[in-house]
Design a protein around this ligand. Sequence first.
Ligand SMILES: Nc1ncnc2c1ncn2[C@@H]1O[C@H](COP(=O)(O)OP(=O)(O)O)[C@@H](O)[C@H]1O
Ligand SMILES: [Mg+2]
Length: 283
Amino acid sequence: MKLALCYTIVSVENKMLLDSAKKRGVEMERLVDGEALLAITDKGKKEYDAILQRSVSYSRSQALTYYFEKQGTLMMNSYDAARVCGDKMLTSIELAAAGVPTPKTYVALTPETARQAAGKLGFPLVMKPTTGSWARMVHKINDKDALDAALESREEMGSPSQKVYYLQEHIDKPGRDLRAFVVGNEVIAAIYRHSTEKSGWITNTGRGGTASKCEVTPELREISLKAVSFLDEGIYGVDLMESASGLVVHEVNHTTEFRNSSPVTGVDIGDKMIEYFIARAKR
Ligand SMILES: Nc1ncnc2c1ncn2[C@@H]1O[C@H](COP(=O)(O)OP(=O)(O)O)[C@@H](O)[C@H]1O
Ligand SMILES: [Mg+2]
């Protein structure tokens, strides 16, 4: 069986995954997304049986995942799943359709309709790019002036995709939110992510938020599994917030980071991912 780890750079996580596989007696090939050449018209046979896709570039990940899936390679996660997870608008559409509690969200395609959405949501609200991570360009907008400024900046300087206005109700979270790790049909661990002086109102650990262990309660398990129910079985990080009416899911990540989560949860998250990936490849 030929297995590979596809990545952009050798991050701490990717090193952990390669080491875990080795410990399990599996040598995974390294597939660096930036070095790949898609020989689309060459006639060849399947190059890999399964690829764990950890590329952090949405466009590279999509290209490679589609290409290899067409060859019959098991891609984890699948093209369809990554497409939905990589786009917050599609994720919100799926979450709402599946009946998963999620913050009130509108997508507007012009500044005028974005202002209408703000009228429905009230201030403060959160405006996000539909693609991206590490909370880049995720903005809390406190009033009409701030909204106007943000809209004008995007209209004048933004790329076409930045002119898709994703506006969401601001959840007044208790200085923390949750991340649940879903591997196959199991929620293997969860963390709280706390906001700090450095991270401000956001909680991403890559932005200075800190992690602590969160118990996987039946409620958390149920909502997290529901949040991946519309995706092909795989490996996901579900982002949740505690709202006044209970847990709400705002994002599902398809290449979730876990370096800060394993030590605080006591669960070797990378190893669980590898164990599951190898088992699926064999199936
Ligand atoms: N509607 C919201 N209300 C309050 N905080 C939010 C809201 N949406 C996002 N956040 C905060 O911003 C962070 C980044 O938002 P998220 O949607 O997860 O984007 P990213 O893909 O960049 O991680 C979240 O971890 C959370 O702390
Ligand atoms: Mg997030």
